[in-house]
Design a protein around this ligand. Structure first.
Ligand code: F0G
Length: 362
């Protein structure tokens, strides 16, 4: 075979930890192997003596962590002879399902809450050829629809209640351990449908069991204040947050997220939309990392832990940044001043930029 990329994809890389066999076709876009970036500027700015690392999952093929799970779910769907896949989504799952289904020559249908999906994600699902059904309901309503359809009709559900999805997503925890040499002290991530926190915890436990790491992190999940069912201890009927990816009122993996929290000695807390947007700007301006608003809940949560004096000197804290900022250009443009058109005049522009003239001899 001709090597076309040094990246292997998560199935090839972590095969022995995944439910795949000789006959499983590997449908991959070379997902995974995302960077762990030290957030030194933010550490310095807030006076944090812990080491903060961002696991930048926006660099996956479709721009979110969902690709790790989708390579597994779609590969297994093909192995099992499926001809079509189905999901409900706040956007990223549908983009990923559409791309992997296209690669596998499967049909893909996605049920989306009408009007509540970031533009980039909608564009992805459509361009990859998925049948996109915007329904006048929220994500939780869309989940109920796809559960019922997949129970009654021949179509494979690729939401994270499909166990292969979480099996693929746990590989992010393996990568963190491989990159740091062991598990971190804390792992911080946004919580929406609660699959990812469940998957990371599974991954950390399996890696420790396999003696690839020696310890386990405390899991800290953050929900948006207006969509915080796990924090409140009750479903939220009308979840609201600027972070549309985690606008979820009744997470499918609620119980397993609570288990991850409790077994690890961590917490699931809420952050405000204002804190999410502040962190969104900080990541972009101070670290050069364009993550989507939901991802910034990880930093907002970390800042909250820092303010509560939870972060000690020398602790290693990993923040998952779940999706790329380019998915949602609309929100970016809402939080910055609009640039004013300028005259095409060299001197006026130089003047405006406060530039000093070069020495005439140079
Ligand atoms: N961050 C982003 C960017 C997401 O897209 C999601 C979930 C989450 C965080 C939360 O992860 O659901 O595993 O707790 N997006 C799903 C979707 C719901 O349909 O794309 P979770």
């Amino acid at each position: 075979m001709i090597a076309v990329s040094s990246a292997q994809g998560v199935i090839a890389r972590y095969r022995s930890y995944l439910p795949v066999g000789e006959s499983t076709p590997v449908i991959t876009l070379r997902e995974g192997d995302t960077p762990l970036l030290r957030l030194r500027n933010i550490e310095k700015h807030i006076g944090c003596e812990s080491e903060l690392y961002a696991k930048y999952e926006g660099l996956n093929p479709t721009g979110s962590f969902k690709d790790r799970g989708m390579t597994m779910a779609v590969s297994k769907a093909v192995e099992e002879g499926a001809s079509a896949v189905l999901c409900a989504s706040t956007g990223n799952t549908s983009a990923s399902a559409a791309a992997y289904a296209a690669r596998a020559n499967l049909k893909c249908a996605v049920i989306l809450p009408d009007g509540a999906i970031a533009l980039g994600k909608l564009a992805q699902a459509l361009l990859h050829g998925a049948v996109v059904l915007p329904v006048s309901t929220n994500f939780d309503g869309a989940m109920n629809i796809v559960r019922t359809i997949s129970a009654r009709y021949k179509i494979t559900l690729v939401n994270s209640i499909n166990p292969y999805r979480l099996a693929g997503q746990k590989t992010a925890a393996f990568e963190v351990c491989d990159l740091l040499g062991d598990a971190p002290d804390l792992h911080v991530l946004p919580v929406g449908n609660a699959g990812n926190i469940t998957a990371y915890w599974m991954g950390y436990k399996e890696y420790q069991f396999a003696a690839r790491s020696t310890r386990l992190p405390k899991m800290f999940g953050f929900q948006a204040e207006g969509a915080a069912p796990i924090v409140n201890g009750a479903p939220v009927e009308k979840p609201e947050t600027i972070a549309t990816a985690i606008r979820i009122g009744n997470p499918a993996s609620w119980q397993s997220a609570v288990k991850a929290r409790d077994e690890s000695g961590g917490e699931i807390r809420a952050v405000s939309d204002a804190a999410i947007l502040e962190s969104y700007r900080m990541l972009a301006r101070m670290e050069g990392i364009f993550a989507e608003p939901a991802s910034a809940a990880s930093l907002a949560g970390t800042l909250q832990l820092h303010a509560d004096k939870y972060l000690q000197r020398g602790m290693r804290v990993v923040l998952t940044l779940t999706g790329h900022g380019l998915k949602d250009p609309g929100t970016a443009l809402k939080v910055v001043p609009e640039p004013k058109p300028f005259k095409a005049d060299v001197d006026e522009i130089a003047d405006f930029l406060n530039l000093k003239k070069l020495d005439a001899r140079n």
